[in-house]
Design a protein around this ligand. Structure first.
Ligand code: 3PG
Length: 225
């Protein structure tokens, strides 16, 4: 698939959902009820990170069993992982940074890539590779919303999904920026609620995230009109 088409596929997923849950699945048995709970609250697209032994099986299981879910794979560090998560059904693939090897894997695979960048030079390199949609990671530690705002003029045309340290307290600061498509975060699926199997609590957190993001859009409309 041509690169431009992959970017369109990625954009259609990220633009549909301003908050993407970042999940670390410690127990495979949690994967289906957790992603169903998030989807019920309005967050069907999730990033399952490859940081636990069960992550690969979780991607496969949720892809097979949760029809409404849009499963992305995160923390991809090697070309082998890229190919494996794509084969497991991942619809988008996220990495904390980028390597030449990962860019090659992304080029030869139809599943779109969301590479990480956190400096102007990294953003420029990715732009040269044809990537106009990037993960900004680790967002808070790299300078936060003010840093991203400062990139919006010199690096216009590049848009970001910031993750790392984002919570209800600061998510709106990012979502209001012209160069932010969505934010990613683990706050909608906290460990204590997952361990307790409190799926209703997670649905409620998802609903709150959706409502918060809608308020950012309202503000955009009122400030532009
Ligand atoms: C990620 O992998 O994108 C981040 O680690 C998520 O960060 P958070 O746990 O601070 O939301």
């Amino acid at each position: 698939m041509p690169h431009a088409n992959k970017t369109e596929v990625l954009l259609s997923i990220l633009q549909a959902q301003p908050v993407i849950p970042v999940l670390q699945i410690a127990n495979l048995a949690d994967a289906v009820p957790l992603t169903r709970a998030l989807a019920r609250g309005g967050l069907p697209a999730v990033e399952i990170t490859l940081r636990t032994p069960d992550a690969m099986d979780a991607i496969r299981l949720v892809t097979d069993e949760v029809e409404e879910a849009v499963v992305g794979a995160g923390t991809i560090l090697t070309p082998r992982q890229y190919d494996k998560v794509a084969a497991a059904g991942a619809r988008f693939i996220v990495s904390p940074g980028t390597t030449i090897e990962l860019l090659e894997a992304a080029r030869s695979n139809d599943v779109p890539f969301l590479p990480g960048a956190s400096t102007p030079s990294e953003v420029m390199s990715m732009r040269e590779e044809g990537y106009s949609v990037l993960k900004f990671f680790p967002a808070e530690q790299s300078g936060g919303a003010a840093f991203l705002m400062a990139l919006s003029s010199p690096l216009a045309g590049v848009r970001f999904c910031p993750t790392g340290g984002i919570s209800p307290a600061n998510a709106l600061d990012y979502l209001k920026l012209p160069n932010v498509i969505c934010v990613g975060g683990s706050w909608v699926a906290p460990d204590n609620l997952v361990r307790a199997g409190d799926w209703e609590g997670i649905t409620e957190l998802a609903r709150q995230a959706v409502a918060m993001a809608a308020s950012a859009q309202d503000r955009d409309i009122s400030s532009s009109g």
